[in-house]
Design a protein around this ligand. Structure first.
Ligand code: ATP
Ligand code: MG
Length: 252
C-alpha cells in the first residue's frame, strides 16, 4: 500500500464571533494515500472549505493534528509554513486570490519566481499548462479583464505550475461551464495518474465527484460516511454518490 500523503487526527475547528461560537469541524479523522484522488461533499456549512483551509495551512486547527507527508503542520513556523505551502501544496479556492496588478501569466509564474526556477523551465511549464487549460490567449490580460471561468483556470494553472505533491481545490468547477468542468476533471485525473499528485477537492456536484476514486461526506462538521469507487464504472459510482447524498440530506 502507498504511504500516507495526508493524515488528520481529531481535527477540530471552532470560530468565535459576535454571535457565539461556530463549531465548524468536530474531530475529523482520515488519511489519504499518496496518489489518491478524493472528494469531500456535504451540505452548505458542513465544513468543507474549513477542512481544505486547514490542510492548506491557511487556518490553524483548534485541536487535533494534520500531517502532510512526514511534516506535522503544527511544527512549522510562519516562515517555513509559507515555503512549505508554496513548494508542496497547490491550492485553488473559491475567491481565486489572483493579484490584480499582475497579468494572468505573471500570476501563474509567481510561485516559480519565488522559488527561483530557471525561465526556460518556467516557459515550458507555462506553455503546456495554458494549452491544457485553454488560457493561452488570455495570458497577457489582467484578472479584472478575464471572465469568471478564465480567472478560475488561471488560478488552477498557478496552483499546478509548481507540480505540487498535494493539490487542494475548493469547488474548482464552480465558475466553469459543463465542458470546462469535464475538461478540468480530466486534467486532474491525468495529473493524478501521470504525476501521482494527490488530489483532494470539495464539490457540490455529484458528477464531478464521480471522477475521483473516493468520496468523503461531511455533515455538521463530522465525517458522516465515505465510499470508494473500486473497479466500478463512473456511472455506477455516481449513482451511489447520489444515494449517499440523499441519505445524508434526508437524515436531519
Ligand atoms: N472565518 C469564519 N468565522 C466564523 N465562522 C466561520 C468562518 N469560516 C467558516 N465559518 C462557519 O463554519 C461553518 C462551516 O463553513 P464552511 O465554509 O467550511 O462550509 P462549507 O461546507 O464549505 O459550505 P459551502 O458549501 O456553502 O461552501 C459555517 O457555519 C460557517 O459559517
Ligand atoms: Mg465552501
Amino acid at each position: 500500500m502507498e504511504p500516507a500523503a495526508l493524515r488528520l487526527l481529531g481535527v477540530t475547528k471552532y470560530f468565535a464571533g459576535p454571535g457565539g461560537v461556530t463549531r465548524a469541524l468536530k474531530g475529523v479523522e482520515f488519511e489519504l494515500r499518496l496518489g489518491e484522488f478524493a472528494a469531500v461533499m456535504g451540505p452548505s456549512g458542513s465544513g468543507k472549505s474549513t477542512l481544505l483551509k486547514l490542510i492548506a495551512t491557511l487556518e490553524t486547527p483548534t485541536a487535533g493534528s494534520i500531517e502532510i507527508g512526514e511534516t506535522n503542520l503544527a511544527a512549522l513556523r510562519e516562515e517555513r509554513l509559507a515555503a512549505f505551502r508554496r513548494d508542496r501544496l497547490g491550492v485553488v479556492f473559491q475567491n481565486y486570490n489572483l493579484i490584480e496588478v499582475l497579468t494572468a501569466e505573471e500570476n501563474i509564474l509567481l510561485p516559480l519566481d519565488l522559488a527561483h526556477v530557471p525561465w526556460q523551465e518556467e516557459e515550458k511549464r507555462l506553455r503546456a499548462l495554458s494549452e491544457e487549460l485553454g488560457i493561452a490567449k488570455v495570458l497577457k490580460k489582467f484578472p479584472r479583464d478575464l471572465s469568471g471561468g478564465e480567472q478560475q483556470r488561471v488560478a488552477i494553472a498557478r496552483a499546478l505550475i509548481t507540480r505540487p505533491a498535494v493539490l487542494l481545490a475548493d469547488e474548482p468547477t464552480g465558475a466553469l461551464d459543463s465542458a470546462g468542468a469535464r475538461a478540468l476533471m480530466e486534467l486532474f485525473c491525468s495529473l493524478n495518474a501521470k504525476n501521482k499528485t494527490t488530489v483532494f477537492m470539495a464539490t457540490h456536484d455529484a458528477w464531478m465527484a464521480s471522477y475521483t476514486s473516493r468520496v468523503l461526506f461531511l455533515r455538521d462538521g463530522r465525517i458522516f460516511n465515505e465510499i470508494y469507487r473500486g473497479q466500478r464504472a463512473q456511472k455506477e459510482f455516481y449513482e451511489e454518490i447520489l444515494a449517499v447524498r440523499a441519505a445524508l440530506e434526508g437524515g436531519r
